[in-house]
Design a binder for this molecule. Structure first.
Ligand code: NI
Ligand code: MN
Length: 221
């Protein structure tokens, strides 16, 4: 399978049969690698209700017939009124899907919708487990992700709104993924970071392999 970084917290996961998109903030992101209307996908995962994560979810879902996956209250307030296909769940829940499965996991961050929790996702595709942390600070619950045996962890390092590099290194220590891709940095001045310094620190401590992707670059598993 392939993981393509499209910029900010947006990733396209591509298996032989399915295309899964996470947090499609493309329109309005100068660093985005693709335009929203270039994408044809089957599922769109949205970690929370902030604009830099909901992004183009509705327009892509309307055009392609993709199913949007989010926590119950986000679905109810943002996506059900838009008349698109949705799947709702909540923290701790795992759901089977045609491509494998997905699980809603804790993130500590405002959700942008009253009563809704922000989440991360563990998405299983072709036997590989990808953890998208969403926006989050360092949370102790991340230690439970070690049991999931994560192949690739997508972790924010931007600081200011989420974990910064130092806390993200600690997150890697808890999660124990085989590989890490940093995200949610350099989109706006306040979240400017050097992802290579993060990579050096994680690898110096032998915690995981880190792959720094520029928008448009792909990691093949
Ligand atoms: Ni946010
Ligand atoms: Mn964000």
């Amino acid at each position: 399978m392939k993981i393509e970084f499209l910029g900010h917290a947006c990733f396209l996961l591509e298996s032989s049969g399915y295309k899964l998109l996470v947090d499609p903030f493309l329109t309005g992101n100068k660093l985005a690698a693709k335009k929203a209307d270039q994408l044809v996908v089957d599922y769109i995962f949205v970690t929370h209700g902030h604009d830099d994560h909901v992004g183009d979810a509705i327009s892509i879902a309307k055009r392609t017939g993709a199913t949007i996956v989010a926590v119950v209250e986000i679905v109810r307030h943002l996506f059900a009124p838009a008349d698109v296909k949705t799947l709702a769940g909540n923290i701790g829940g795992r759901q089977k899907a045609p491509f494998g499965s997905f699980k809603f996991v804790p993130a500590n961050h405002g959700s942008g919708v009253p009563g809704a929790l922000s989440c991360g996702f563990v998405i299983e595709v072709e036997g590989k487990k990808i953890y998208h942390a969403g926006d989050t600070g360092l949370v102790s619950e991340m230690c439970f992700l070690a049991d999931e045996q994560i192949d690739v962890a997508l972790l924010p390092i931007g600081d200011y709104y989420t974990m910064g590099p130092q806390d993200a290194v600690k997150a890697v220590e808890l999660i124990k993924p085989k590989c890490v891709i940093p995200m949610h940095y350099n989109t706006f001045p306040v979240i400017n970071q050097n992802p290579h310094a993060f990579k050096e620190e994680v690898e110096r401590r032998n915690l995981s392999r880190v792959v720094v992707l520029s928008p448009g670059q792909v990691l093949e598993l």
